[in-house]
Design a protein around this ligand. Sequence first.
Ligand code: ADP
Ligand code: MG
Ligand code: ZN
Length: 506
Amino acid sequence: MSAHADELMDYDQAVSLFEPVIGLETHVELGTNSKMFCSCPTEFGAEANTQICPVCVGLPGSMPVVNAVAVESTIRMGLALNCDIASWCRFARKNYFYPDMPKDYQISQYDEPLCTDGYLDVIVPTDDGPQVFRIEIERVHMEEDTGKLTHSGGDTGRIHGADYSLVDYNRAGIPLIEIVTKPIPGTGALAPVVARAYVAELRNLMRSLGVSDVRMEEGSLRCDVNVSLAKPGEPWGTRSETKNVNSLRSVERAVHSEIERQSALLTSGGRVVQETRHFHEDTGRSTSGRSKEQAEDYRYFPEPDLVPVAPSLEWIEQLRASLPEAPAAKRARLQESWGITDFEMQTLVNTDALDVIEETVAAGVEQSAARKWWMGEFARSAKEQGIELSQLRVRPADIVRVETLIREGALTDKMARQVFEGVLAGEGDVDSVIAQRGLVVVSDDASLLAAIDEALAAQPDVAEKIASGKVQAAGAIVGAVMKATQGQADAAKVRALLLEKLGVSE
Ligand code: ADP
Ligand code: MG
Ligand code: ZN
């Protein structure tokens, strides 16, 4: 293993010389309440080793029981990915030793996966308009997650150079599904973008099915990114496998940098070795991990402590019939009904705003207002806090309330922003923020006229202009009144009163 930095070839040159083939293995934590083979809770963030029992830490004599909801979720995911569902399949033991694996074997599926041979269409924008790629799915299977190791004392957080390591088994036994694509040829220079779009669409699909909340920042979706290069017309090359890539952006960058690395290697007479690699978020590059030239022998065998999974045809058909609308179909429908462009729709999707906006519209808010709030103030706030839109304190019902108050003249636009600022900061719901902050539209004539008089007195030259018929100068006075009332005056009314007072008309 060489320690020096890998040579990279310019990306455009690389894809003009070589054709990439990519393959993605995606692990997703299912959103079940309990673990895959025991009844321990699955909540994220609990104190270490408080969510464990004899089954998930592999004590002798303990017996696993399959989580039915996990099986159901896997079948629904398989159906949504157009897979065949096995009428009979078994779990297998994958034997290996690692401290994050309490049993010294992982219960997984090997040669009998629950779902096989599906596909998922993804759309990527290109210079010639949107292009569809059909990603073929090899298999979808169930397995259990491992525990989590924390390496302390080194400066990299990796095991090398660490003084000691801690292990938390709370995650051990959480249900995972693994979705493996067939090799994907034919994407050319778009390979990184296609890889990203595929993972994004998988995530959309899982969210729409409700089988996982797919929070990538909590590690509930992780990808192994396989890349190989070949000269046009030649057989596929040797792949490398970049492990545990855990954001959409990193998936794209991992493919990109691997194409640059392998092409430099191949053109300088080297060869790509089959190995795992580690991706580094800070540099956008990967370093060599463990060689896979000799296939590891996991001594797989059918798990003797579990009965086979044999979903009835009737159950499968029932699940198929109850699948929700596919994300792509939903996007097309909403885009049409809201009358927005491809670009606007893409922006909503990229910001992860589509679902909350749809919910807000369904709650009765006009679509343009719903888009304005979620894509403006709220998106900014979520970004600042590093959370997703759906995690913000503001709910669609709050927007319904604020929009109603604006329509009734009880809130100005500016005040609405202040209300949401309060709601986002946790000051309470819309009405309590309004009450606490004393946000009342000033619309009684006496107070408005008093403020107008003051503004006119402060700017006599403007007053004269308006009086002489230059109505457009009224804006300065209205602005001054708004400022004096901290945005709480009804601007239209101020304008009307002002013009009436000075005896001019629009
Ligand atoms: P492993 O467990 O060794 O990673 P898997 O079969 O689970 O093997 O996954 C291999 C992944 O690599 C699949 O997504 C597959 O499509 C992909 N793949 C196989 N051959 C190539 C290749 N030549 N180039 C790129 N990807 C490949
Ligand atoms: Mg793999
Ligand atoms: Zn347990």
